[in-house]
Design a binder for this molecule. Structure first.
Ligand SMILES: Cc1cc2nc3c(=O)[nH]c(=O)nc-3n(C[C@H](O)[C@H](O)[C@H](O)COP(=O)(O)OP(=O)(O)OC[C@H]3O[C@@H](n4cnc5c(N)ncnc54)[C@H](O)[C@@H]3O)c2cc1C
Length: 312
């Protein structure tokens, strides 16, 4: 049985849904502990239904990878963890890669499943799912965003202090500036509902239609690469092969053709609704519900109906 440590990434005092999904998966196949790293982060580590190590130190305040590698490498060595799992994020990718180099361990990424010894990961633009393994003593894995449900654990919650011994070279990098993208509502990684817009919107201003529908549904706005490349919407909203992988309960694709590179980022959504004026658009081949028509007429009406239903 794997002795697994899960890196619990947190924002605004709470552990991210993606990390909780990885923790739940790891716990379902064996013993799983978590680790929360940062400054003033004890609150985020509480009540997670398992043992969570807390590395709380002001030198860990900035989200820089190397000090986190120090903390995790020491925990792995001292406590004998043989598996370290992460939910996909920019920080997780850096920490996992640094940890793999430090421990001489193998790193598999893009996982969607793990059985305690082997993982599973889609390959070749998601046309096949393959078993992936490790030949190293320690296994390191990064799960795909949105691949797992954040089922709460019902075990006993326990916090333990992790000792923070940082290497001199780990403190050489300094966070000079940190910017937060202005955003209302949930991020596309966290949202249960995503309303995504594509080139069919016609012009950037028409993203207001997606924003209004997303707001009415309590969701987030996504975008295709075509509109991100055109500067209509920020890259942080891009869904697909070169953007984010999402798996919300509901994905509404507005004026999106359904190219394979977009599909691989959203095909695991529970319910896919497509609104497109072309009945032969590829998106209708994998949508659960298709509406053939002009989005400019349909989306405002839909928003109105949702608002009316929510208001009643
Ligand atoms: C290496 C590589 C990586 C890529 N990575 C990504 C990625 O990560 N994410 C991604 O999305 N794409 C990616 N692409 C691009 C991808 O191939 C497509 O070009 C892109 O997804 C198309 O975006 P779209 O659906 O917005 O535009 P289009 O393909 O132009 O589709 C627009 C759709 O809107 C419909 N439409 C037009 N007017 C209306 C209207 N009034 N009402 C209703 N429907 C209307 C049209 O019928 C059409 O189906 C990548 C491509 C490559 C080569």
């Amino acid at each position: 049985m794997a002795k697994t440590l899960v890196f619990l990434e947190h924002h605004d005092g709470a552990v991210q849904k993606g990390s909780l999904g990885v923790l739940a998966k790891a716990a379902s196949v064996g013993g799983a502990h978590g680790v929360v790293v940062g400054s003033g982060v004890r609150g985020a580590a509480e009540g997670l239904g398992t043992l969570v190590w807390v590395a709380d130190d002001e030198r860990l305040a900035a989200p820089l990878p190397q000090p986190r590698v120090d903390v995790l490498a020491k925990l792995v060595r001292d406590e004998g963890y043989d598996t370290v799992l992460f939910a996909q994020s920019v920080l997780a990718a850096d920490v996992a890669a640094g940890l793999a180099a430090r421990l001489g361990a193998g790193l598999n990424w893009g996982l969607v499943d793990f059985d305690g010894t082997q993982g599973r990961a889609p390959q070749l633009q998601d046309t096949v799912v393959v078993d992936v393994g490790w030949s190293s003593a320690v296994r390191i894995g990064i799960f795909r965003a949105g691949a797992l449900d954040a089922v709460p654990l019902d075990g006993a919650s326990e916090l333990k202090d992790a000792s923070v011994e940082l290497e001199d070279f780990s403190l050489l990098a300094e966070m000079v500036e940190q910017a937060h993208a202005e955003q209302q509502g949930p991020s596309i990684e966290e949202a249960d509902v995503i309303v995504a817009g594509g080139r069919g919107l016609g012009e950037p201003e028409k993203f207001a239609l997606c924003e209004a529908l997303a707001k009415a549904l309590g969701g987030a706005v996504g975008a295709t690469r075509a509109v991100v490349d055109a500067g209509w919407y920020p890259y942080s909203a891009q869904v697909g092969q070169t953007g984010k992988t999402v798996a919300p309960k509901l994905y509404v694709a507005v004026g999106i053709s359904g190219a394979i590179q977009h599909k691989v980022g959203m095909q695991n959504s529970n319910v896919i609704v497509a609104i497109n004026k072309d009945p032969n658009a590829p998106i209708f081949e994998f949508a659960d519900l298709g509406v053939v028509g002009d989005l400019h007429a349909i989306v405002p009406k839909l928003t109105e109906l949702v608002e009316a239903r929510r208001g009643s």
